[in-house]
Design a protein. Structure first.
Length: 194
């Protein structure tokens, strides 16, 4: 691919991704999150690296990491966008402590996953394929807070049964249920390990 193909290809992919994330955020009741989603992708540090590593079928950040072992664009992006669970990590000197994501950012994370699926998979996008993608991602051992992880699991599972929009409308119920479920697991763990 030449420079112009990569430039316009990346611009088209980012625009399509943002459109779908915005669509899902509006359906989920968090319109502002959708409107401002991923605006940092247009910053020079993120945009130009992504153009350089653009392939069209996956994230240029993933390809950049594959080639170089890290991505300057990703370091910039995750530090400015609270919908990434990596933003909510701290205490790296002691193994990394995941922090619970606030509801609006956890829900935007879900919408981000859906928007990426739409942008990269096109006609192959479906609840089943999104769920398979999530299982593969989760199996890599994510450093995600247990409540956030439970919330994403519940949402992904319900996409299979109820579809995307019906599940997004009930997201707050799932978020609260995940809080209760993980708190109860935490309590049982503490009781048996004290």
């Amino acid at each position: 691919m030449n420079f112009f193909q990569k430039f316009f290809g990346h611009l088209k992919t980012v625009t399509k991704h943002r459109w779908w994330v915005c669509y899902y955020c509006f359906k989920a009741g968090i319109p502002w999150q959708g409107l401002v989603h991923d605006l940092s992708k247009f910053s020079p540090v993120e945009f130009w690296e992504s153009v350089k590593y653009y392939q069209g079928f996956r994230s240029p950040i993933d390809y950049c990491k594959e080639v170089n072992g890290w991505s300057k664009a990703w370091m910039h992006h995750k530090g400015r966008n609270k919908h990434h669970y990596e933003f909510w990590q701290d205490n790296f000197d002691f193994g990394c402590k995941p922090i619970q994501m606030p509801y609006k950012y956890a829900l935007e994370l879900i919408c981000d996953f859906l928007g990426a699926g739409r942008a990269y998979n096109g006609k192959d996008f479906s609840p089943e394929n999104e769920y398979k993608w999530w299982l593969k991602k989760k199996d890599r051992g994510l450093k995600m807070h247990p409540q956030t992880l439970e919330f994403v699991n519940l949402m992904m599972e319900d996409f299979l049964n109820s579809g995307f929009i019906n599940t997004l409308v009930r997201a707050e119920e799932y978020y609260n249920f995940a809080a209760v479920r993980t708190h109860s697991k935490d309590s049982k763990w503490r009781e048996t390990n004290e």
